[in-house]
Ligand binder design. Structure first.
Ligand code: SF4
Length: 349
């Protein structure tokens, strides 16, 4: 447990948390919406600090990041708690654990230095803060980043986020240069659907985060989980793609296959042709790097140069099969370009 960052003291020992766009006002003795931040006598504390869960070594493509050090290994973990209550959450037993049982908090603490040392010992290229929403364990993530930097400054740090971090939180991320990459889940392009599916989150806040991250120069990728009957219409896919292209045509956009989960068991898995269609629509709307994920369909995970069409990275099932960047020199890594036509490419190598 640790005192929280980014909160204000209010009258009668209440507090206002400014970490995410819910901006919870929390009375003494109560918790915020995420259920892992508690007001103790007028002091806001993080209950999930040190509660590392699901520590795994993953391919970076599993997050998914396709344009961040392709083919590299990343140390991944989450903690209990989330600021969303998504009906079809893949990791609901972790992210929504505090809603079900507080037993999740009985985990022995894992110190920031333990994560840093594991990343080094396992030869990972970086650390991914994932599975649940990293914003709600921000103090822990920040300490891990600052600790890792001391012993292995070359490691990257990436948030796999729902994009609901507050403006103030993102200002702190920028000011301290905490993150190299953020992957944001843009779930819907309709505000009513966003609120209904997530437990009250608003589209506009997520859109603001996407714009802020893109403009900051921190590497950004966006995913959209395509859920049959909820966000799979051509109008929705076109509007979402067009909006992302309006922010930046070079933002990698991943359409991810949905499988029935948690409180969305009644919805069938996304048909494969729907994902291929979404990818095609995104390209028509100007997206330069559109992908379909959670499938084993040939070609839908490959990266081609938007100008000359050369296949740059061949992937299948989240594994890199071939990459023109595999033997890139230090100079080529600084300014990734297509080896055939010379076009600049949005990659971090
Ligand atoms: S992180 Fe978000 S949901 Fe949690 S207490 Fe703070 S404002 Fe509320």
């Amino acid at each position: 447990m640790k005192e929280a960052l980014l909160y204000d003291a209010l009258a009668k020992k209440a507090v206002k948390c400014r970490l995410c766009s819910r901006y919870c006002r929390i009375a003494e003795g109560k918790r915020g919406f995420c259920l892992v931040r508690e007001n103790r006598g007028g002091k806001l504390v993080s209950l999930s600090y040190g509660k590392c869960t699901g520590l795994e070594i993953d391919p970076i493509e599993k997050k998914p990041f396709f344009h961040l050090k392709p083919g590299s290994k990343v140390l991944s973990f989450g903690t209990p708690g989330c600021n969303f209550r998504c009906k079809g959450c893949l990791n609901w037993s972790l992210s929504q654990a505090p809603c079900i049982s507080l037993q999740a908090f009985d985990l022995p603490p894992t110190l920031p230095k333990d994560i840093a040392r594991t990343a080094v010992a396992e030869g990972c290229s970086g650390v991914a803060y994932t599975y649940s929403e990293p914003t709600v364990f921000f103090e822990y993530a920040r300490d891990i980043i600052l600790t890792t930097r001391k012993i292995a400054p070359e490691k990257f740090h990436a948030f796999v986020s729902n994009g609901y971090f507050s403006r103030e939180c993102f200002e702190l991320i920028k000011r301290e240069h905490l993150l190299d990459a953020i992957r944001i889940d843009l779930k819907f392009i309709r505000d009513d659907a966003y609120a209904e599916y997530t437990g009250g989150a608003r589209l506009k806040q997520v859109q603001e985060s996407i714009k802020r991250v893109y403009q900051s120069g921190i590497h950004l990728e966006v995913i959209n989980l395509v859920i049959p009957g909820l966000n799979d219409s051509e109008d929705d896919v076109r509007a979402l793609s067009s909006w992302v292209a309006g922010v930046g045509k070079d933002i990698p956009l991943h359409f991810i296959r949905f499988f029935p989960m948690h409180d969305a068991q009644g919805i069938k898995a996304t048909p494969l042709n729907m994902l291929s269609n979404a990818r095609k629509i995104a390209e028509e709307e100007g997206i330069e790097f559109a992908y379909a994920g959670n499938t084993l369909v040939d070609g839908v995970e490959d990266t081609a140069c938007p100008d000359c069409g050369l296949v740059l990275v061949k992937r299948r099932g989240m594994a890199v099969l071939e990459s023109v960047f595999a033997e890139a020199s230090a100079d080529e890594k600084k300014d990734p370009c297509c080896p055939q036509c010379g076009r600049t490419l949005n990659f971090v190598l």
